[in-house]
Design a binder for this molecule. Sequence first.
Ligand code: GMT
Length: 380
Amino acid sequence: MRIGITCYPTYGGSGVVATELGIELAALGHEVHFISYSQPFRLTGRKEGIFYHEVPVSSYPLFEFPPYDLALASRMAEVAEYCELDLLHVHYAIPHSVSALLARQMLEARGRRLPFVTTLHGTDITLVGLDRGYLPITRFGIQESDGVTSISHYLKERTIENFGVTRPIEVIPNFVNCDVYQPIADEAARAEARLRFARPDEKLLMHLSNFRPVKRVTDVVKIFARVARELPAQLVLVGDGPERSAAEWLAHDLGLHTRVHFIGKQDSVNKLLPLADLLLMPSELESFGLAALEAMACQVPAVATNVGGVPELIEHGVNGVLCEVGDVDAMAACAVELLGDAARFEAMRQAARRTAQRSFCANDQVKKYVEFYEQVLGRN
Ligand code: GMT
């Protein structure tokens, strides 16, 4: 198949999922064309069967807001025609589904069929799409899609509830490549790499996000402060975004700046995650929680919040920890208890990886996408 993929190419889970999906599809022999305003950040290096088409957005004095969605629609139609795409797959409903709808109509007028699949990821449904200014067009884009998928059951239910969408929504959970995200087998090599952040006797806690308010990054620092009172530990925060400065200030204010490391955006998080003992994900809301899944594949359990689609991934006390939003005391207490119980911790580490392998393995989920494309194309 020849598949066009559109996503937000910057730091964010939906862009990560779209990129990883494209890489997996290309590995299966499909031709994948990314269409976006910049190259997705995880799409590094030239890969067989993967092409990138930039969307140029011209600005004119008349345009206070350059119409990216129109430029995108135009480019989608153009790429689809020149590269003979079978279908488009857009990630995040706004504005991508509406641009795809326009591209489909443009090609229809030229006698060409271009169905499109929309994958719903999170705030497109739970936040931005609910804004009165965007709600009617978001609902229209979803309803008019040739196929709709959602990354969790929670998000599917929210979409039906919030938008009254009547077309079927297929749940295809997020996935991880367990060969790329895996524990470091060589314990000596792991110990050596870990020295970059922590002494051998110290526990290493990690956080990975786009530092948006919904991630509650200051809670990460607060949890760590409580843990660090009980045992020797270091905290590494991977990523960047609007809340970084508040979190940095808090770490300084609490006198923790020598033990809290903000290392910014990183290309190969699969090399960092296995160095951690625990991942902290105290988000206000997660429709899935991809960072937790990536950590779990590396045998790193997450201390997370019991929100949105997270319970579809984490079973409290089995493969991770779930607490209420904002309850930093409980999250810290659970982390300390777990880190102090070697047998329980080891069982949880194993269970975390097992969950990633059994229920969220890239091979299985990507197969579901391919079957879904076939269905949309009317081939089965
Ligand atoms: O909603 C966001 O904050 C951004 C969005 C994204 O595009 O990065 O994240 C959502 O999609 C991820 C990938 O499917 C999920 O793992 C995240 O849980 C989800 N975020 C939220 O629901 C807040």
